[in-house]
Unconditional design. Structure first.
Length: 57
């Protein structure tokens, strides 16, 4: 009977390392594109969307 403990542990560590690298890559990409630069802007933009367009009913 073979011992597959090292194989399974190593494969899980490789999988976790891939997740960490992918998460870091997506975080760097989001920071560089400016997606997380100004997190207060959307709520102020929603406030200005409700302004009347000139004619009211």
């Amino acid at each position: 009977m073979a011992d597959y403990t090292w194989t399974s542990v190593l494969s899980i560590y490789v999988l976790m390392a891939c997740f960490v690298v992918a998460t870091a890559a997506f975080l760097v990409r989001a920071i560089r594109s400016g997606a997380v630069a100004d997190d207060e802007a959307p709520k102020f933009r929603m406030l200005h969307d409700d302004e009347p367009c000139g004619r009211e009913r």
